[in-house]
Design a protein around this ligand. Structure first.
Ligand SMILES: *[C@@H]1O[C@H](CO)[C@@H](O)[C@H](O)[C@H]1NC(C)=O
Ligand SMILES: *[C@@H]1O[C@H](CO)[C@@H](O)[C@H](O)[C@H]1NC(C)=O
Ligand SMILES: *[C@@H]1O[C@H](CO)[C@@H](O)[C@H](O)[C@H]1NC(C)=O
Ligand SMILES: *[C@@H]1O[C@H](CO)[C@@H](O)[C@H](O)[C@H]1NC(C)=O
Ligand SMILES: *[C@@H]1O[C@H](CO)[C@@H](O)[C@H](O)[C@H]1NC(C)=O
Ligand SMILES: [Zn+2]
Length: 336
């Protein structure tokens, strides 16, 4: 067989495997009642239920600051004109603020405190083509933190279950992946609550952590997450992989430059006193290939690569106390 036709056969086979993996399947799970429609922002059909009303009424709203939701312009970008430069609401999208101004709110988790250590995280899963990537992590005995979209959990419940079975840490990444500071209090609560609920239903655990899509969070949104006992987790190294072609505009070479820069920093002592937390994505096969491509170089540039909970010595990352994860010391002793 000529090289070209061999290559075409390979691509055809790979496409067939992806198509087969991504065929919707039925399960005993029922997401029709008690959940928002997948990929839609929760509305009155949820707000008017007794279940949601009871969650809403269980929250002490006097602790949630009265901050007006932000707006999006006609290109879908956040409008920040008119917002005071003193950043009164600790709005991450404005100037990457991670230390809330409202008393009683904890700082966001934005880096791994352990020196020369990389916190590893992947957003936007579970994706229906993730088996090869999860096999790779498993073969490397590497655990990570997965920030799951509720709609993806409902669409791909068995893929979601695999993440927990493989020992990864599961956190919430909202139901429909909107800019959270643009939503009403009810919408913010519902985006978090129903994602947590679907994760509990499918995987049996209640995450105590979430990550805002696009990092878009302020003290109002943080306070609602805190009322649900969830830490707000962002990052300090952005691979920008979600913007890579074909889903986005950036070339693969451009993404390589970001990763390469992180490795240089790790080697020149930038993280000698406190470590890093990288944002990558389980968005599609391209971002998952990129993650596999750079893993060995990251591994040789940092001393340790660990999930976010491990960075913080959080050994019980769920409300269910019978799930125990290793502390930092336990993790590195087990894997080195
Ligand atoms: C938050 O945690 C506290 C203490 O464990 C618990 O009493 C409360 O029910 C939790 N709240 C929610 C909304 O899960
Ligand atoms: C390490 O490299 C980064 C990026 O190239 C640079 O900004 C930083 O100043 C360097 N730090 C040290 C300690 O040399
Ligand atoms: C999952 O990955 C496949 C393969 O790259 C992609 O076609 C699909 O759009 C992704 N699914 C979601 C929900 O992002
Ligand atoms: C985690 O525990 C180790 C001791 O085993 C300690 O040195 C380190 O400071 C702790 N890290 C955090 C973020 O609490
Ligand atoms: C934790 O307890 C729940 C409910 O009792 C059970 O379904 C689950 O399998 C337990 N998980 C572990 C890891 O022990
Ligand atoms: Zn995301």
């Amino acid at each position: 067989m000529a090289f070209n036709s061999f290559f075409i056969t390979l691509v055809t086979l790979a496409t067939a495997v992806i198509a087969q993996q991504c065929v919707p399947y039925s399960t005993p799970f029922d997401f029709k009642s008690g959940y928002p429609t997948v990929w839609t922002t929760p509305g009155d059909e949820c707000f008017n239920t007794d279940e949601f009303k009871s969650v809403y009424n269980s929250i002490d709203w006097s602790k949630v600051p009265d901050i007006k939701p932000h707006e999006l312009d006609s290109d879908g970008n956040l409008v920040s004109s008119g917002y005071p430069s003193s950043d009164p609401d600790c709005w991450w999208s404005y100037n990457m603020c991670v230390t809330p101004k409202v008393p009683g709110l904890k700082p966001d988790i934005s880096y791994c405190p352990e020196p020369n250590t990389l916190g590893l995280s992947y957003d936007d899963g579970p994706n229906c083509t993730h088996n090869e990537f999860y096999d790779f992590l498993k073969a490397n005995n590497q655990k990570a933190t997965m920030y799951f979209i509720g709609s993806n959990v409902a669409d791909w419940p068995y893929e979601a279950q695999r993440a927990l079975t493989d020992g990864h840490q599961i956190c919430v990444h909202t139901w429909s992946h909107r800019y959270m500071t643009t939503l009403t209090n009810q919408q913010v609560l519902a985006e978090l609550y129903y994602t947590r609920k679907v994760i509990k239903y499918v995987m049996g655990v209640t995450p105590l952590c979430w990550r805002p899509p696009y990092g878009d969070v302020d003290d109002r949104v943080r306070a609602i997450a805190a009322a649900l006992n969830m830490s707000t987790d962002v990052w300090n190294l952005d691979s920008n992989d979600w913007q890579m072609q074909p889903a986005g505009e950036l070339t693969s070479a451009k993404i390589d430059q970001y990763f390469s820069g992180f490795c240089s920093k790790a080697k020149n002592g930038t993280f000698a006193n406190s470590g890093a937390l990288i944002l990558e994505h389980e968005l599609n096969s391209e971002t998952m290939s990129k993650a596999q491509q750079w893993y060995p170089t990251l591994k040789s540039s940092f001393e340790y690569i660990v999930p976010v909970a491990t960075c913080m010595n959080i050994t019980q990352p769920y409300a269910e106390t019978n799930y125990t994860y290793p502390s930092f010391a336990q993790y590195i002793n087990a894997t080195n």
